[in-house]
Write a new protein. Structure first.
Length: 75
């Protein structure tokens, strides 16, 4: 008789689908925070849409960096 290979525990105790759901939510929060801060800066400085675009770009960069770091940790 052969024994089955040991199963690797899920990182953080989350099942795979829940981990990816949290990943998507965190990425959306990064982009949303960048947009919100950009809109706030544009409103205060009257530079529309300059800081909106800067905030969007920074939010996307932060989201990509966070997703890449989390996926590397999960693999």
């Amino acid at each position: 008789m052969t024994t089955p290979p040991p199963q690797r525990p899920e990182p953080g105790g989350l099942p795979g689908a829940a981990a990816f759901l949290g990943l998507g939510t965190a990425a959306a929060a990064c982009v949303g925070a960048g947009l919100g801060l950009g809109l706030l800066a544009d409103d205060r400085l009257r530079t529309s849409p300059l800081f909106l675009l800067v905030g969007l770009a920074l939010g996307v960069v932060a989201a990509v960096a966070m997703v890449v770091g989390q996926v590397r940790r999960l693999l």
